[in-house]
Design a binder for this molecule. Structure first.
Ligand SMILES: Cc1ncc(COP(=O)(O)O)c(C=O)c1O
Length: 360
């Protein structure tokens, strides 16, 4: 019997994750592949966090705290906001989904960049909203162009700052001006998944959510905190808005080990600093080597760099795989000549550059 699914599901964009290391090991027999495909932290989690996870392991027969009391308390201290201004998610991806559940329906428009994080169109389309794309010249999102797309039907605006997959960003000042100019009945999501790498340009959330009751700022433990495998991220907004996001949330959406790990990760800001430092050095090495090789790089304020070839990048991707290196092709973003490369450990970056020298 052929199952009939809804047209809405058939037409969803497909999220293609970076190839898992285990898959490359299975397929090509590599002992130690290098994965530079998913913007993970090459240093891994802080050792202190791993200890806490081990200690918590024998409690996993119990349901986690569905309200994430301790974790919210810790985040509230860091961000200088109240615990009821925080919504926790199974990754910030889940918070994006909650935004769409809570605010988007048929007839609404959701604005997003031409080359934006692919989860935005997925969640918008699941809610049957109309997607409005903002053209991105030079692959950077201009907030005036976003504003020009606003109309009576606009309900949600999704902006990643810095943007994935391009690495571009708007300054803090530009975002603040944008927030002033957008009507208050439109939800604005500023997704700061890569906030830590941007350092001085990330938003003063406590001040802004007081001022803008339509603002949601997202952050995650998946990148600089090195906890992508545990799935935990959060949104910050007024208590009213957070209460609405909580309505469609599943009861125990953030698991016990993720909560313990995130609490402990917030105690180890040194690990984050070391990760950001490593990224800075790696980024400057990669950019200078790639430029020497005449490969175009785009300015990036995150932990990855977007590169462009003169022809389709798929062959370079495949050749790198044969050399045990996983990068991210971007065909599903419509970027055929591009690869996105996560900044790795020094040895991984060197390996990538020497492999690219062979291939290109
Ligand atoms: C811009 C952006 N937002 C959100 C996420 C989702 O992060 P997570 O669900 O792991 O918190 C990512 C992950 O790559 C991202 O690049």
């Amino acid at each position: 019997m052929k199952l009939k699914n809804s047209a809405r599901i058939n037409s969803l964009p497909v999220y293609k994750p970076g190839k898992p290391i285990a898959e490359l090991k299975r397929e090509l027999g590599f002992k130690d592949p290098v994965k530079l495909a998913s913007n993970e932290n090459p240093l891994g989690p802080a050792p202190s966090v791993v200890e806490k996870i081990k200690e918590a392991a024998d409690m996993v027969h119990l349901y986690p705290d569905g309200d994430c009391y301790e974790l919210k308390k810790k985040i509230s201290l860091k961000e200088e906001i109240l615990p009821n201004q925080i919504i926790l998610g199974n990754g910030s991806n889940e918070v994006l989904e909650l935004v769409a559940h809570a605010f988007l329906e048929v007839g609404d428009e959701a604005i997003m960049g031409e080359f934006c994080f692919i989860v935005y169109p997925i969640v918008a389309q699941l809610s049957e909203a109309t997607i409005v794309r903002v053209p991105m010249s030079n692959l950077a999102l201009n907030l005036d162009d976003v504003q020009s797309k606003v109309n009576q039907r606009t309900k949600v605006i999704f902006i990643a700052n810095p943007n994935n997959p391009t690495g571009s960003r708007s300054t803090r000042r530009e975002v603040e001006i944008f927030l002033e100019e957008i009507p208050k009945n439109i939800i604005i999501v500023i997704d700061e998944a890569y906030a830590e790498y941007m350092e001085s340009e990330n938003l003063n959330v406590s001040m802004l959510i007081e001022k803008h009751e339509n603002l949601i700022v997202l952050k995650t433990f998946s990148k600089a905190y090195g906890l992508a495998g545990l799935r935990v991220g959060y949104g910050m907004a007024t208590a009213n808005l957070v209460a609405l996001l909580n309505r469609p949330r599943e009861p125990f959406n953030v698991n016990q080990l993720a909560q313990v790990a995130a609490i402990s990760a917030l105690d180890d800001e040194e690990h984050v600093k070391a990760s950001v430092e490593l990224n800075k050095k790696g980024m400057s090495y990669l950019k200078s080597e790639l430029t020497k090789m005449n490969i175009k790089t785009y300015p990036s304020y995150a932990n990855f760099v977007l590169i462009e070839f003169k022809s389709e990048a798929r062959i370079v991707y495949e050749e790198l795989l044969k050399r045990g290196i996983i990068t991210r092709p971007l065909e599903n973003y419509g970027l055929l000549n591009h690869l996105r490369i996560t900044v790795g450990l020094e040895s991984q970056n060197v390996k990538l550059i020497s492999a690219l020298k062979e291939v290109v």
